[in-house]
Write a protein that binds this ligand. Structure first.
Ligand SMILES: Cc1cc2nc3c(=O)[nH]c(=O)nc-3n(C[C@H](O)[C@H](O)[C@H](O)COP(=O)(O)O)c2cc1C
Length: 169
């Protein structure tokens, strides 16, 4: 079995996909990884929309320049009313919870040998217009997923040096 560090090192943002559909079994694995993600006080204030229908995928192109014609797009949303709130400063944990769910999605996609990109650049109002199913949920991220065609971008290998990232006290 691959170590987590190897998986983390191999994962990259994939921005081009073959036309091959993603198997239902793989979609279920991705969703299960999302379901297992930890959330603050286990509130699970998160929902996922799995967009496969061509009609909806085409509409998603109106909401973001970054859907990359993927055969399936996962959208992660959160509901701040359901989330844990830090008492000291009122910080709402919903988007953090959604980000952890999104990270589980991304890493499971990589573990399956598929590709995806975290997409934060979308128009939330337009997204709610084209997918009214989202309702009052707050969309946090989209994940176009498919079989890998693209290479890592130049940016992929740019990481801070350990000494710039970490302070040991
Ligand atoms: C919160 C977040 C938002 C992002 N939004 C986008 C996006 O809208 N479009 C896109 O192509 N990539 C997006 N990315 C991917 C990053 O550009 C990418 O992760 C970064 O450049 C490092 O490259 P790597 O993932 O290949 O290691 C996003 C990543 C994160 C974590």
């Amino acid at each position: 079995m691959k170590s987590f560090l190897t998986l983390a090192a191999e994962r990259y943002s994939c921005r081009a996909f073959t036309k091959e559909p993603v198997a239902d079994e793989d979609i279920q694995h991705i969703l299960e990884a999302a379901r297992l993600a930890p959330t603050a006080v286990n509130r699970q204030p998160v929902h996922i929309w799995v967009v496969q229908a061509r009609e909806y995928r085409d509409k998603l192109k109106e909401t973001s320049a970054y859907t990359y014609d993927a055969p399936v797009i996962f959208i992660v949303g959160c509901r701040p009313e359901d989330a844990w709130v830090r008492k000291y400063d009122g910080k709402n944990g919903a988007e953090i919870d959604a980000a952890i769910v999104g990270t589980h999605i991304m890493m499971e996609v990589a573990d399956l040998g598929l590709g995806c990109t975290w997409v934060g650049s979308f128009d939330p109002a337009k997204l709610k217009e084209v997918l009214p199913q989202i309702g009052e949920w707050v969309p946090v991220a989209m994940f176009p997923v498919g079989h890998i065609l693209g290479e890592p971008s130049a940016r992929h290998s740019e990481r801070k040096a350990m000494e710039d990232l970490v302070t040991k006290l």
